[in-house]
Design a protein around this ligand. Structure first.
Ligand SMILES: Cc1ncc(COP(=O)(O)O)c(C=O)c1O
Length: 453
């Protein structure tokens, strides 16, 4: 076999890429990364990039946290792998479940492990189907989510995701219903107040339940802040308007905290930041600070009791992954929770969030920035052709991709999402690193807007 020579050529020859604009890769080449230093990653050419995306939102403690590495090494030496089937599980798994319930918003609960956020959402859906069938309602199967939601890529979680790109797979599957995205700036109607917008969305929820029949709806899933939809915090009072309706019709509310969990919004949970209590939480990403692939379903007291009763009746929950509750993953998660909550990382998010917002507010004065939005350490700037009418740029101009590519050239990684640029740096970011992020971003914005505006 004649192997191509460069890292870039070898990557393209043998790897398939996920969620990647291939013309851009062909033109610019792949950034092949070898290691990281704090919030920076370094490529095969020795170039350093400030990763203002924390990898994929998950490397919240940075790329070389010694304590995390030590926890992984110690557990690999102690017991490098096991499962959680057939009445066996590792001591680390037992300890992590205890810890997750302790730090959850629930007074009691139960935890089920997966390898990813997608699988955790998939597992939750199966758990609801299993539960409702065991309670004599096998037809209670439809899932409510929102447009612009991102819940993952397995066939079920992609069906929950509210993005048009899933049509290339013939998804969503039947029975997945997408409600209006709670983004007031973009979807509020002419003359409609934020309060009226929220009331309209609550009405839509109730009318949907009445039209479909409450006995056909298994659950409602929502990210407290829509992440991969472009960092969209809910309109004011959104969850307070939606939750009582779900409760009235006995529809469990699942908070997908894959991004918002463990500090990203400044609190342990996004549900805490937006002041609501869900029936279950989906966790992943930050759960292990990105040091191990792991997801978790955390059930609150009511669902724990109902799912346990269903399991007792059938004598088994016939579901699980080989690596569910992997001892190394659990040991890493225990350490990650400790690092985020007790080593000042969540505190740093709270401390620097005002500075973050001030920086964005300043950039949002530019004529081609329509809105800045976010919370804690997850923010977006949305580019517009016309600020007054909120008219987007022609999609063919790929404005956000151009901004992100220019940032990459300057040594800053940020993510283009729709017409927005997303910033979600590791929680260890210092003030001077934040300044560096804004300087590079501003240079890129000015360059690209001069080209396209
Ligand atoms: C809110 C949310 N849920 C689920 C997922 C899917 O997680 P994974 O990529 O680990 O399957 C993601 C991934 O970005 C996410 O942001």
């Amino acid at each position: 076999m004649n192997k191509p020579q460069s890292w870039e050529a070898r990557a393209e020859e043998f790897s398939l890429y996920g969620f990647t604009d291939m013309p851009s890769v062909h033109e610019r080449g792949t950034v092949v990364v070898t290691h990281g230093e704090g919030p920076y990653v370094v490529d095969t050419n020795g170039r350093r990039y400030l990763d203002a995306n924390s990898g994929l939102w998950n490397m919240v403690a940075g790329f070389d946290h010694k304590g995390m590495i030590e926890a992984a090494k110690t557990q690999y030496e102690r017991f490098p792998g096991y499962h959680a089937f057939f009445g066996r599980m590792s001591d680390q798994t037992v300890m992590l479940s205890e810890k997750l319930v302790e730090v959850s918003p629930f007074t009691s609960g139960k935890v089920f492990y997966t390898n990813s956020g997608s699988e955790a959402n998939d597992t939750m859906v199966k758990m609801l189907w299993f539960l409702h069938a065991a309670e004599g309602k096998p037809q209670k199967r439809k899932i409510l989510t929102r447009w612009n939601a991102y819940h993952g890529v397995t066939a079920v979680s992609a069906s929950m995701t509210g993005k048009p790109y899933n049509s290339v797979f013939g998804l969503p599957m039947e029975g997945f219903i997408h409600l209006t995205c709670p983004h007031y700036w973009r979807f509020g109607e002419e003359g409609e107040t934020e309060e009226q917008f929220v009331a309209r969305l609550a009405r839509e929820l109730e009318e949907t339940i009445q039209r479909e029949g409450a006995d056909t709806i298994a659950g409602f899933f929502a990210e407290p802040v829509q992440g991969a939809g472009g960092v969209i915090p809910p309109a004011k009072g959104y969850f307070q308007a939606m939750l009582p309706i779900l409760k009235k019709y006995d529809i469990p509310m699942i908070s997908d905290e894959v991004i918002t969990g463990f500090g990203r919004t400044g609190n342990t949970w996004g549900a805490e930041t937006y002041d609501f209590t869900p029936d279950a939480i989906i966790s992943s990403k930050n759960l292990t600070a990105g040091f191990f692939p792991m997801g978790a379903v955390i059930l609150g007291p009511e669902l724990s009791a109902r799912v346990s009763a269903a399991v007792e009746a059938i004598e088994e929950f016939p579901h699980g992954f080989t690596a569910s509750g992997h001892p190394v993953g659990c040991a890493i998660a225990l350490k990650a929770i400790d690092v985020v909550m007790n080593e000042g990382l969540a505190q740093n998010v709270r401390d620097l969030a005002p500075r973050f917002e001030a920086g964005l507010q300043r950039l949002a004065q530019k004529p081609n920035i329509g809105e800045y939005r976010g919370v804690g350490f997850m923010w977006a700037l949305e580019a517009v052709k016309d600020k007054a009418t909120k008219t987007p740029f022609d999609g063919k101009l790929s404005v956000s991709e151009r901004i992100a590519n220019t940032c990459t050239d300057l040594g800053l990684i940020c993510r283009p999402l729709g017409q927005s640029v997303v910033l979600a740096p590791p929680f260890i970011l210092t003030e001077s690193q934040m300044d560096e992020m804004f300087e590079k971003l501003e240079t890129a914005l000015d360059k690209v807007f001069a080209e396209v505006a």
